[in-house]
Design a protein around this ligand. Structure first.
Ligand code: 5AD
Ligand code: FES
Length: 366
């Protein structure tokens, strides 16, 4: 039995060595096809859509790779008001996106906590329990996570960025702690969120062994959702200055991002995996390629174009001038063009999470 068949037949049994072998599989198309088959079997030929609202770029963090890091003075900072955020979420709801994702720079003040709580209550009031609310607002105190959960959020995305603490330390200032971040992920699970995490691939100094260990990390933490993307240098950051990518390097980075998606699908089977926008920044069909390598979630941007260009974590962000209506038509056409169906009006919860919660319910009844 080939390693691809073995992985497709049995979830979560591969060793780190075998994961590394998958990541370096000589025929990339064979790898992607095997992962896509597992995606179709576990999830169907369906892609869940989440409307993404990037509601502010003011950030307390200073990650060496990120375009909106606090020390980047070239960025025009913005923060939408509550009405604007709710209006964009409502647009996503009416457009039939089953979920919204609210993302911003990381802020830890009480006033920010209250601001987000209000927004969540207002979105939950019109969307009800059938409209998914995912938030991606960084490292916070347990109390904050709880308040946001009670106000209506039920999924949280917090990328660990790399499972290797030494590599993490090289990519962040000394006061950014890998261990604290891991603790946040565990707290989110305890607070009842469907919990998502992920990494960047193609980071300087990162090895295939590191990426294989990242996939082991996803399994060990039993994550519900995975969001991963290629690292793309940003010229106004310490890590990205003087590193313009040649077309050949872009293609290599895209392929590595797709290999990570495929190997993750082949190992974990039943989680939600996003085809990140960073894939599309490298190739205008990057997200479709992500789906065909095993991803099942796409997050079309519903942020008003007045704000989009100020939320650039990396260079070459796509769709800067496309309003949400254009993006909706475009993404649905792209999904149909690869023989998949866009799921409208469904939360698109992670099958992994559904299994875990129904097992817990049965245990409490039994
Ligand atoms: N390239 C790719 N992804 C990036 N992110 C931040 N900066 C970059 C970059 N230069 C990702 C991080 C973060 C997410 C919101 O965006 O993984 O968690
Ligand atoms: Fe924005 Fe295609 S998704 S224009």
């Amino acid at each position: 039995m080939s390693l691809l068949d073995k992985a497709a037949a049995n979830a979560r049994i591969l060793t780190r060595r075998e994961l590394a072998t998958l990541l370096e599989w000589p025929d990339a198309h064979e790898l992607f096809a095997a992962a896509y088959e597992v995606k179709c079997r576990e999830i169907g030929k369906r892609v869940s859509l989440r409307g993404l609202v990037e509601f502010g770029n003011i950030c307390e963090k200073d990650c060496f790779y990120c375009g909106i890091r606090k020390s980047n003075t070239a960025v025009r900072r913005y923060r939408m008001d509550k009405d604007e955020i709710v209006r964009e979420a409502e647009w996503a709801f009416k457009a039939g996106y089953g979920s919204v994702v609210l993302q911003s720079g990381e802020l830890s003040s009480e006033s920010n906590t209250v601001f987000v709580e209000d927004v969540l209550r207002r979105i939950h009031a019109f969307g009800g329990d059938d409209f998914g609310i995912t938030i991606s607002l960084g490292e916070q105190a347990e109390e904050t996570y709880r308040r946001w959960r009670e106000a209506g959020a039920h999924r949280y995305l917090l990328r660990i960025e790399t499972s290797n603490p030494t590599l993490y330390a090289r990519l962040h200032p000394a006061d950014h702690s890998w261990t604290d971040r891991l603790e946040c992920l565990r707290t989110l699970r305890r607070c009842g969120y469907q919990t998502g995490s992920g990494v960047m691939s193609g980071l300087p100094g990162q090895t295939t062994e590191d990426l294989a260990a990242d996939i082991e990390f996803f399994a060990a933490e039993d994550l519900d959702m995975i969001g991963m993307g290629p690292y793309i240098p940003h010229k106004d950051t310490p890590l990205g200055k003087n590193t313009a990518l040649s077309p050949a390097e872009r293609a290599k980075r895209l392929e590595l991002g797709l290999r990570m998606i495929a190997a993750t699908r082949l190992h974990l089977h039943d989680v939600n995996i996003a085809a990140a926008t960073a894939l599309q920044a490298l190739d205008h069909e990057g997200r479709e390629k992500g789906i065909l390598a095993g991803a099942n979630v796409i997050m079309p941007n519903v942020t008003d174009i007045r704000f989009r260009s100020d939320y650039q974590l990396y260079e070459g962000k796509p769709c800067l001038g496309e309003n949400p209506v254009l993006c909706k038509g475009c993404i649905e056409r792209r999904i149909t063009s690869i023989g998949e169906t866009a799921v409208l009006n469904g939360r698109g919860d992670s099958p992994r999470w559904e299994k875990r919660t129904s097992a817990a319910k049965h245990a409490s009844i039994g």
